[in-house]
Design a protein around this ligand. Structure first.
Ligand code: NAD
Length: 384
């Protein structure tokens, strides 16, 4: 059964986000223009783009219709985070919600989507295939996080990043250790290198060595233990306790040399690996900075707290929980492009037909017709 085959013009909603601390919006005026150009009716809730730098007038000029509350009047609602229950309750049966729905272990959300017979696409679950690259919202947001993490660290550090030859003498470059070389980690390497730091990188996937080196980083070969961590679809799988213990021993020596540590190591759907224990923090010198991007998933570093900067014996521990939100204009522009690219695949003269069997949608279709299609994800326990 197609997700939507009404044959009528598709009405797409760009709403105000529900969370008060969420400045991003699911579509920019450019998103609205693209969807109107494909024949859709685009509704934008007034003020939706304000915190991202887009005025109601910008959306109107892009061809959108401004509304106060559009949840009951759309076929498709775009969102950044999962909408609150009241909004989902207002949506018409059979309509579709698309966003970063944080589905892991989120049974309450899925029960409501099923009860209301709403279809839902969770962008976290899009396959990492070349056809999906333009729609990859995880990557567009992680890229921002990796960039901003380095700027935060540079601002908090008690010394320069670059090597400088001054009349007063030579300044040595900062030494940055990046844990995890996925999208955020590689952007952190690139940004730290642009600022002139010497960068070392640890990842458990040996395949990333070449990417790290192409950005000017130095790759730390994963420790050799009998049980090497596996990967699937480009993602790391959970490493064994023995591997993680060996990795922590390897990283202990690196911490003694580091000025900055950027933590980005993650395993989808699971607690992030603990790579810096409380005892290992003693190796860092006072003045050093740790930015933990994995803090919402339990953290790569002991003692980091989401949204807080903690001073621990002179070491600054930054729990960087929401960095894409600190660059809301570009985060929203890129996120809106991801969503427009996704919808454009399935729009013909304003009519939207999402085929649940399409390899692109199969994995990220969370609910449809009152059934959950990803029980494996929803029943996963996060252990955080
Ligand atoms: P992620 O956020 O799930 O994880 C970040 C990194 O942490 C990964 O590189 C992972 O290997 C690493 N990690 C896990 N456990 C670790 C440990 N114990 N120590 C050190 N590092 C550890 O990953 P992501 O950023 O979403 O990207 C995953 C992969 O997918 C990357 O290779 C990325 O280049 C690739 N990718 C492909 C496409 C595409 O082909 N369309 C799009 C985006 C990303």
């Amino acid at each position: 059964m197609p997700l939507q085959s009404t044959g009528s013009t598709c009405t797409v909603l760009i709403p105000r986000e529900g969370r008060p601390d969420e400045p991003r919006v699911a579509g920019s005026p450019e998103t609205a223009r693209r969807l109107v150009g494909k024949g859709c009716v685009v509704l934008v809730e007034s003020g939706a783009g304000r915190a991202s730098g887009f005025s109601d007038q910008d959306y109107r000029q892009a061809g959108a219709e401004l509304v106060e509350d559009g949840w009951g009047h759309c076929h498709v609602a775009l969102c950044v985070g999962a909408p609150d229950p009241g909004r989902l309750e207002a949506m018409a049966t059979g309509s579709t919600v698309i966003g970063l729905l944080a589905p892991y272990g989120n049974q309450a959300l899925v029960q409501q989507l099923n009860r209301r017979k709403l279809s839902s696409l969770s962008l976290e679950l899009l396959p990492r295939i070349s056809r999906a690259q333009a729609m990859d919202a995880l990557s567009s947001q992680a890229n921002i996080a990796g960039y901003k993490a380095v700027l935060l660290a540079a601002a908090a550090l008690d010394r320069y990043f670059p090597m400088l030859m001054t009349a007063a003498g030579t300044v040595q470059p900062a030494r940055v250790l990046v844990l995890g070389a996925g999208v955020a980690g590689l952007q952190a390497v690139a940004t730290a290198r642009r600022l002139g730091a010497v960068v070392h990188v640890s990842d458990i996937r040996p395949a990333v060595k070449e990417q790290v080196e192409s950005l000017g980083g130095r790759f730390l070969a994963p420790p050799q233990v009998t049980e090497q961590p596996a990967e699937s679809g480009g993602y790391a799988k959970q490493a064994s306790d023995a591997f993680l213990a060996a990795q922590r021993r390897q990283l202990s020596d690196q911490l003694g040399l580091a000025d900055v540590v950027i933590c980005t190591a993650q395993v989808p759907g699971l607690r992030a690996p603990l790579l810096i224990s409380e005892a290992m923090l003693e190796r860092l010198r006072p003045g050093a900075v740790v930015v933990d991007l994995a803090v919402n998933e339990g953290g790569n570093c002991a003692a980091t707290v989401p949204g807080q900067t903690i001073d621990r014996k002179g070491v600054k521990l930054i729990g960087a929980s929401d960095l894409p939100c600190t660059v809301p204009y570009h985060a929203s522009c890129l996120y809106g492009r991801n969503l427009a690219a996704l919808l454009e695949q399935y729009l013909q003269d304003g009519v939207l037909e999402l085929d649940p069997q399409d390899p692109l949608l199969k994995d990220c279709l969370l609910t449809h017709g009152g059934q959950c299609h990803r029980d494996d994800i929803v029943n996963a326990s996060r252990c955080v």
